[in-house]
Design a protein. Structure first.
Length: 193
């Protein structure tokens, strides 16, 4: 969703922004001047359509929006909203948790190919929050939760990593193997949505 919804932060530069004073009937003024505001917007749009403007950062499947709406605003000095996508992704707790799994995985296993049951307990503890050690010291976790996590995240590219899944189909019941690789940024293998 990071590329479909772009957050905006408004900073009133004060502790209690709700106490600011505005002219009464501000929205009435906006509605009264609607035709002028729309005219200004359409003038910017028309100017952008009539001139070849430099393009901002790519945003897959939003090329027309970028060319018609965003690029004219960039040419007028506005900030590129696509810049916010990296900030939004970095703040996503699910992405941060997955990246933590990948970083520990890389530390413990490097680029070894292994089965889910062979993962280091430090990796499993990040995947299964209920994992624990019994009184006898044995490690206990939900194997289905770990297998599901790996199946769901197979093929994920995040933080310079790529989780690859291969399957041994020679057995009566196919067996999945996983390998965490370093992704190549030069080839465009960045974190997807």
């Amino acid at each position: 969703m990071a590329r479909r919804i772009i957050n905006s932060d408004f900073d009133a530069h004060m502790e209690d922004p709700e106490q600011r004073k505005f002219r009464p009937r501000f929205l009435d003024d906006v509605f009264a001047n609607r035709d002028l505001l729309l005219s200004d917007c359409l003038t910017i749009w028309d100017w952008g359509r009539r001139n070849e403007l430099p393009s901002g950062k790519a945003l897959g499947s939003y090329e027309t929006w970028a060319e018609w709406c965003r690029d004219p605003l960039l040419a007028l000095g506005c900030r590129d909203p696509v810049d916010r996508i990296a900030e939004i992704k970095a703040a996503d707790p699910r992405r941060r948790a997955l990246l933590a799994v990948f970083e520990i995985w890389r530390e413990k296993h490097a680029d070894a190919t292994l089965k889910a049951k062979d993962l280091d307990p430090a990796v499993i503890e990040l995947i299964d929050p209920k994992a624990s050690r019994k009184a006898d010291g044995s490690f206990q976790y939900n194997r289905q939760r770990v297998a599901h996590f790996l199946a769901v995240h197979a093929g994920t590219r995040l933080g310079g990593y790529f989780l690859e899944q291969t399957t041994d189909d020679t057995l009566s019941r196919p067996l999945a193997y996983y390998k965490l690789q370093r992704a190549s940024v030069e080839r465009g293998l960045e974190a997807a949505e």
